[in-house]
Design a protein around this ligand. Sequence first.
Ligand code: BES
Ligand code: ZN
Length: 715
Amino acid sequence: MPRPAQSPRPRPVRVLLPALACVGLSLGLTACSNSKPELPTKEGTEPTAIEAIPNMNAPADSNAPADSSQADAAARERPDPHSFSRPDQVRVEHMGLSWTVDFDAETLTGDAVLLLDRVDPKAPLILDSRDLDIKGVYAATLPAEMVAKGEHGIPELSPKAVRASEAFAETKFEVLAAQTDPDLGSAVVVQLPAEANAVKLTYATRPGATGLQWLEPAQTAGKAHPFLYSQSQAIHGRSWIPCQDSPGVRTTWDAEVVVDGGLTAVMAAEQLGRVVPEGDDPEATPKADEAQTFRFVMPQRVPAYLVAIGVGALERREVGARTAVWADPKVVAAAADEFADMEAMLGSAEQLYGEYAWGRYDVLVLPPAFPFGGMENPRLTFATPTILAGDRSLVSLIAHELAHSWSGNLVTNSTWGDLWLNEGFTVYFERRIVEAIYGAEQAEIEAVIGKRELVAELADAEGLGAKPQYQVLDADLIGEDPDDYFSGVPYEKGYLFLRALETAYGREVFDTFLRDWFDSHAFGAVNTEEFRKFVGEKLVGAHQTVEGAKAVDLDAWISGPGLPEGAPEPVAEVLATIESEAKAFAAGDMAPKALSSKTWSPWLWLHFLRSLPEGLTAEQLASLDEAYSLTASTNNEILGQWLVLAATARYEPAYARMESFLIEVGRRKFLTPIYRALAATEDGKAQAKAIYEKARPGYHAISRRTLDEVIGFAG
Ligand code: BES
Ligand code: ZN
């Protein structure tokens, strides 16, 4: 059963100061002494806001009410406007994470032990958080043997022996809520004793944590066990880990996770497996009614948005030597079959841009509530089950997430305004993998479809068309929620920009250039300006354009809205034929059976459906449905598009399927256009509202946020 509604966007947290908090800290930061901490002067006094801390939201002397322009100015001064952290002062180097997963309370409870690099020995530690229940903060000078690298090449700080170390002594901290930008959450400012090299935060998450989704058994394939997963990109990591939540800050980490018997925990890390209690037979099946502990190490440095967890009834199945799938026992065989090409994809990716840096590449198939298609959590891509089409037709999504192992995970956008450096690069790389494995025509088909979507989005007067500031590759997202920048721009415009460079300089030169980009920025963060310089030096300044090629206008691509003139025009002839058949069918000049559909792959079907002009009647849809059983399609891309048409044309025979799809599937990309199409007519609007009310409790916070707006849902 869907769970009860949670509020979609937690209101700004006005945190009550914990007894030990140091009020003075918020004013001078260094003003705290080790003397008895002060308490807020008056009961009910509002906690000090971040506005009071230099470069947090506003100037230090500001006692004025929240002012977004001051907050924006302060954000601009920080290394990453979407993080309160100051890694230039105190940098978290390693995290030791330990939690108990409580499905009844919908909380993670435990500790985060953070190892610090005190760049500025006087500065406090500033962490990001969002609606965390922080119970205590402790500082320690951990002895060298405790912080030394262990057998996995990193310190291991999650085991109890470290967490319980007597070296930890309570220290003062303050949780300061962002007044003007609730999406940023709150800063946790921790006072550090002179010699401290580590901090421990004891805390619990709250049930509404935006980075976690807690699912009922009914929302899983097996229907018997609950499920938990995280989705931290862009700034949701702070809702379940107190951390420096900026893509420019990388840490290694280790974790220990306690779950109920019968459940398995996996993380985007090396899975060390279940801890067998001393004296137990390691071969014996663990008892279903006994809690189990799982351990993980992440020996490569990663930003916080790439820390990820999944807990549920999970089974693992090998795909290749370095690849495997994790999924509900009911779908694991289908998933392993669907993703059979994973190992080959990994090989061709390495051929293109260099050695895979992460050891294994596994995929966790999530329940259908997952709001995205895929998420590139390192070593363990999280994927929607809606790509299990039975014919491997939708696996370019896996190519995409795999490609992120280079573009994104190895070389990471330094702020969310540089998202195209992750996503545009990845779309380019994904299509090169698709080309290598499935042929140039397939890659080109995907490129044509991608560009069409982008062009449509840019022309949408109610959407991206009205927001030129979101049409550029170097977006200024100060004061904005980075989730709102998600569109075809970082993806397809980014792709076309790289393709324009490839065309201008030739593939060989461009491939060398890209490989150089990855090699020279590995395990680092990059911004758009650095890319521009790199292109200037390594391409424009070092190579001639190929004969007949026009120079690429870097400024227009990077900072201009829309698509520059002369943008690459991918072509696939087969698509042109399909487009003319779509027109002929719509005009009544071609019967459904006369379509050349026998040879159509799902992608070509998708293109056909997307090419149908507006104004189709329910009768026309009925004729297509009769010939091709589209309402019963098991390919979710086709079904999703078909349901958009059905909603628009008010094609009733598809309503039941539409409702079950909208309730079961939480993938925002499918939901948004269907609800939009429904909301365009009066009776459709009523239908949309009724379905949404039932479906919303099962949706992830990210999908809810988008759909609340589409439906006009006020909570
Ligand atoms: N990293 C993204 C998902 C993402 C982007 C989450 C921005 C939060 C903010 C992931 O790699 C992705 O792009 N997923 C796509 C699939 C892909 C084939 C285009 C998706 O989920 O649709
Ligand atoms: Zn991506």
